[in-house]
Design a protein around this ligand. Structure first.
Ligand code: SF4
Length: 381
C-alpha cells in the first residue's frame, strides 16, 4: 500500500487549512463552508465554488461562548469558534443547513456575524416520511441554485450538475471499496486511518480525492499488506466521532468497526445518486434514501432497525454509541434505542463526548472494558 498517499490524506483530514489555502491561491475558486448535514454539495460543486464541510475544532473556545449558551452542543459551538477565531478568513461564504433547533439559531447568528459574505440557509425537510419531503428538498435545491447563480453571476447548467453527481458517486464508490477492504482486513487499515480518509474528502478537491483514493486502492496488495490478528467486530453509531482519538482507543482495543450510521461515515457514502429524472430530482431521491439521522424525523423505529440490521449483517458483537453532549436529538433518541437494542440482546456502550474534552482517560477505559467483556463472552460461547 502506498503509505505516502495515506499519510497525505491523513494529514489533510487533521489540518486541512494549509492545503486549502494553497489550493485556493492556485485555483482562484471561492470556498463555501457548510455544516452537518445534507446540504447538496453537488450543487455547490457544479457552481464552480468549492464545498467545504466545517467539522468544528478541538482548540479552546473563546468567542463562541459569547454567542451560544453553554448547553448548546459542542459541535455547533466549535463550528462557530472555528470561523470566528481560527480559520474564518478561508471562507468566502456559507450554506448552512437547518436540521435542529440549534442549527436554526446558529444560522441566524452566523448570518448576522458574517453579513459581509455570501450566506444561504438550506431548510432540510425535518419529516422525511411525509410525501412532501422530496418536493420540499427539490424546492430548496432550486432556491440554492438561484441564490448561487446570483452570487457568482453564472448559470448552473444541467451538464455541470450531472458531472458533479458522477464525481460524487465515484467518490462514494471508492470509499465503499476501501471500507470493504478494511472490514475484511482490519490490521491493514486502522479505524482511525479509514475515517480520517473519509474526512479528508469533506475538505479536498473531490477530483483530487478520487484520484488519490484510486491510487491508494490500486496499490493495495492484500497478501503483502494484511496483518492477521483477532479483532472484535463492532458497529459505531451516532452523528460524528469527535475527538477522533476515540478511534485510536478502538484501534488499541483491537476493535474492527465493521459498519456505522455516522453522518461522516456510512450515511454519507452508502447511497449512490441514480441518474434518473432531472439532476435535482436525482439528488433529492438520494437524500430520501439516506440512513436515519437523529434530528430528522422518520418512521418509528427506523434507527433501531437500521442498527440491528448492521449488527446482523456484519456479525458485530456490539454497538458503541457516540453521544455528543447536549445534542437534544440524540438525548431524545438514545433511551428508546438502547432499550430496543438491549431487548434484542445487543450490547451497547454509550460514550458521551465533547469537542473540547481534554480528559479522555475515562472514555479509553470504558471502551477497553467493553471490548474485554465482549471478547470474554465470545470465548465462552
Ligand atoms: S443535531 Fe445535535 S449535534 Fe447536530 S447541531 Fe443539532 S444539537 Fe448539535
Amino acid at each position: 500500500m502506498k503509505r505516502e498517499i495515506l499519510s497525505k490524506l491523513i494529514e489533510i483530514s487533521r489540518n486541512p487549512y494549509p492545503y486549502l489555502k494553497e489550493w485556493k491561491k492556485e485555483k482562484g475558486k471561492k470556498i463555501l463552508g457548510s455544516t452537518l448535514a445534507d446540504v447538496p454539495e453537488e450543487i455547490i460543486y457544479a457552481s464552480g465554488a468549492h464545498p467545504f464541510l466545517i467539522l468544528g475544532t478541538t482548540k479552546p473556545l473563546r468567542l463562541a461562548t459569547t454567542r451560544l449558551p453553554d448547553n448548546a452542543c459542542s459541535l455547533s459551538r466549535s463550528n462557530l469558534e472555528l470561523v470566528l477565531t481560527y480559520e474564518g478568513e478561508l471562507f468566502d461564504g456559507y450554506v448552512l443547513p437547518q436540521v435542529c433547533d440549534t442549527t436554526q439559531h446558529l444560522c441566524d447568528i452566523w448570518k448576522r456575524k458574517f453579513s459581509d459574505r455570501y450566506f444561504e440557509n438550506f431548510l432540510v425537510p425535518r419529516q422525511v416520511n411525509r410525501p412532501s419531503a422530496g418536493y420540499w428538498y427539490i424546492q430548496e435545491s432550486e432556491r440554492l441554485i438561484w441564490s448561487l447563480e446570483r452570487y457568482l453571476g453564472i448559470k448552473i447548467k444541467e451538464d455541470a450538475l450531472w458531472e458533479a453527481i458522477d464525481i460524487y458517486n465515484e467518490n462514494r464508490r471508492l470509499l465503499r471499496s476501501l471500507y470493504d477492504i478494511k472490514r475484511k482486513h482490519p490490521g491493514m487499515l486502522t479505524n482511525r486511518e479509514f475515517f480520517d480518509i473519509v474526512k479528508s474528502g469533506f475538505f479536498m478537491d473531490k477530483k483530487e480525492h478520487n484520484m488519490l483514493l484510486k491510487e491508494l486502492i490500486d496499490s493495495i496488495d492484500i497478501e503483502k499488506d494484511k496483518k492477521e490478528d483477532d479483532y472484535v467486530p463492532i458497529v459505531v453509531a451516532g452523528i460524528v466521532v469527535e475527538p477522533n482519538e476515540i478511534f485510536d482507543f478502538m484501534d488499541n482495543g483491537k476493535i474492527n468497526v465493521v459498519s456505522d450510521d455516522l453522518c461522516t461515515g456510512s450515511r454519507y457514502i452508502e447511497v449512490e445518486t441514480k441518474k434518473e429524472g432531472t439532476p435535482i430530482e436525482a439528488i433529492a431521491d438520494a437524500y430520501l434514501k439516506k440512513g436515519p439521522f437523529s434530528p430528522i424525523h422518520d418512521e418509528g423505529n427506523k434507527m433501531f432497525y437500521n442498527l440491528k440490521n448492521r449488527v446482523e449483517k456484519y456479525g458485530a458483537k456490539g454497538i458503541i454509541y457516540v453521544h455528543i453532549k447536549y445534542c437534544e436529538s440524540q438525548d431524545y433518541d438514545f433511551p428508546d434505542l438502547r432499550r430496543n437494542l438491549k431487548a434484542q440482546g445487543i450490547k451497547v456502550l454509550e460514550v458521551e463526548t465533547e469537542y473540547q474534552t481534554t480528559h479522555m482517560g475515562q472514555t479509553k477505559t470504558r471502551i477497553q472494558a467493553f471490548v474485554e467483556a465482549l471478547s470474554e463472552e465470545a470465548r465462552n460461547e
